[in-house]
Design a protein around this ligand. Structure first.
Ligand code: PRP
Length: 200
């Protein structure tokens, strides 16, 4: 335990807020290599477009696409559901839409986490109406215990318990995205902040 605490603290100011590492860098990297190979197989010879849902999925997208050795393009959408809250609010807002048409293209939606499923339920409905050739979902993390809407996820990196996780793109109140691992945030961190930020 002491060694783990020292290792986290040695990562700088953010590490001290992490209770424990849930998925370390090596495990992430190994899984991304497997997923990239699976995607390359599934989409060989097809016009593949990766659509990342900002902001949480940027690190996942950047690392995943390096493991997909077939031609593909990327685009971005931005949604918001959480605000400063640790619980998903169920309200999805589109903050940024795609730059180009997806009609006739093979679209793979790239998410960092599926929680209630509300974001993806909304996005898949929206994108399906634009008539892509296919529409699938890849997510780094899945919290099945929190699901409110049924979502068909084609590829999942890791199924995780219902803990508040940050790092590798995932934030709490916009911080911790730059941690290179997935960690569980100390409850004292969001207990402190929730007295300052209103719950949505
Ligand atoms: C998170 C995450 C998903 C969504 C999942 O995004 O990136 O998009 O919530 O939750 P759901 O399954 O309950 O809808 P968030 O709104 O926190 O934005 P961010 O990626 O910019 O941090």
């Amino acid at each position: 335990m002491m060694e783990e605490a020292n290792r986290l603290n040695s990562r700088g100011a953010l590490g001290k807020d992490i209770e424990r590492v849930l998925i370390d860098e090596k495990t992430l990297s190994r899984r991304l290599a497997e997923m990239g190979a699976a995607i390359a197989d599934a989409y060989a010879g097809k016009d593949l477009l990766l659509i990342a849902v900002l902001k949480g999925s940027v690190l996942f997208l950047a690392d995943l696409m390096r493991h997909i050795p077939i031609p593909h393009e990327i685009d971005f959408m931005a949604t918001s559901s959480y605000g400063a809250d640790v619980q998903s609010s169920g309200v999805v807002r589109i903050l940024k839409d795609l730059n180009k048409s997806i009609e006739g293209r093979h679209v793979l939606l790239v998410e960092d986490i599926v929680d209630s499923g509300n974001t993806l339920a909304y996005l898949t409905g929206l994108l399906a109406a634009r008539r892509p050739a296919s529409l699938e979902i890849i997510t780094l993390l899945d919290k099945p215990d929190r699901r409110e809407v049924d979502i068909a996820v084609a590829w999942t990196g890791f199924s995780i318990p219902n803990e508040f996780v940050v790092g590798y793109g995932l934030d709490y109140d916009e911080r911790y995205r730059n941690l290179p691992y997935i960690g569980i945030l100390k409850p004292s961190v969001y207990a402190d902040t929730n007295t300052e930020n209103s719950m949505e």
